[in-house]
Design a protein. Structure first.
Length: 338
């Protein structure tokens, strides 16, 4: 417990960690102020007009769908025969849409918590992922480069115990900060929706979906923290982690993706880490594959998309992070630290 307490004090005392926390609070404040400045409580007249427009939009979608079915059945009036309809009417079936027009869509300048909560949570998760990676890399990288780990081993001469305490302290601190920040963040915007905007439909499905995104986001933040820690341990410096991520992004995510598209490789998105991050965070990600529609008969509908779900995405992320973390502990155990 003394080792963990010492590591908590060392982590909280680091100026870089304090700077990142200040930036987190600053980003939170700017987002809150911007939302408040650009929103207002809708009046009864605005709500009535928005509901009418939403109902008209839904009715228009239903009418278009019925006209498409009529064209397929050969009963479409000549006056509507020139209108374009897809070959498969299910493409425009309102009942198959992810969402239908609602009143909030026709209320410009009004913040809707039900609509904006998920994008706002994605923004916070992205910042926390960056926070965890940078803090994890600098936490161990600075100690290895400055000799702080050597001094700590003189007090507690067990390498794996010391490194494990550092990693555990990092993950615990980042998780606690992420939970507190996300709860305060969402609660603040919920209050804004109630007082200076529109709450929207906040049923059990909404909270279940938002909770799932939140949970997956916290896992991603922990994985990013461990990844930064592991790469910096292997490279013995914070810059090793930053350089590795920059090199991967430029060489593989940009360069290799471009080459794979030029040679018309099939499903290049399956080779990109960003695809698995997106699939894990959202639960499912869809990507286009032109070869899926090869051989489709004329007039037949072909979507041309394939999906990556959260389960294989999590496996990839765990294998990558776990493999690098195990390698970091193995190297640290045998490395000359002087």
């Amino acid at each position: 417990m003394n080792l963990v307490r010492a590591e908590v004090e060392r982590l909280s005392a680091r100026r870089f960690v304090q700077l990142m926390v200040v930036l987190l609070v600053l980003a939170f404040g700017v987002t809150t102020a911007t939302t408040l400045a650009g929103s207002h409580k809708p009046s009864a007249e605005e709500l009535s007009s928005a509901r009418s427009q939403a109902a008209e939009a839904r009715q228009s979608m239903e009418d278009t769908y019925q006209q498409c079915l009529a064209r397929q059945n050969g009963t479409l009036p000549p006056s509507d025969s020139e209108q374009y309809f897809p070959s498969d009417c299910s493409e425009i079936d309102p009942t198959l849409r992810d969402r239908l027009p609602i009143a909030a869509d026709f209320l410009p300048g009004v913040f809707s918590f039900a609509q904006q909560a998920r994008p706002l949570l994605y923004f916070l998760i992205a910042f926390l992922v960056l926070f965890g990676f940078l803090v994890g890399a600098s936490y161990i990288g600075a100690d290895l480069n400055s000799g702080g780990v050597v001094n700590l081993l003189l007090w507690r001469p067990r390498r794996l115990t010391v490194l494990g305490a550092k990693l555990g302290t990092l993950l615990g601190a980042v998780l606690a900060l992420a939970v507190v920040a996300s709860v305060v963040y969402l609660a603040t915007f919920w209050v804004i929706g109630q007082t200076a905007g529109l709450a929207g439909r906040l049923g059990s499905d909404f909270w279940r979906s938002l909770g799932a995104v939140h949970g997956r986001g916290l896992v991603l933040v922990l994985l990013a923290s461990a990844l930064g820690f592991a790469i910096a341990t292997l490279g013995r410096h914070t810059s090793a982690a930053l350089g590795a991520v920059a090199a991967y992004a430029v060489v593989w995510e940009l360069g290799a993706r471009l080459v794979l598209e030029i040679v018309d490789a099939r499903r290049p998105d399956q080779l990109m880490l960003s695809s698995y991050i997106g699939a894990w965070l959202s639960g499912e990600a869809k990507f286009y594959d032109s070869q899926l529609c090869t051989g489709t008969k004329p007039g037949m509908y072909c979507e041309g998309f394939y999906s990556l779900t959260w389960a294989p995405a999590l496996v990839v992320l765990l294998v990558l992070t776990g493999g690098l973390t195990v390698a970091a502990f193995a190297v640290f155990r045998r490395r000359d630290l002087i």
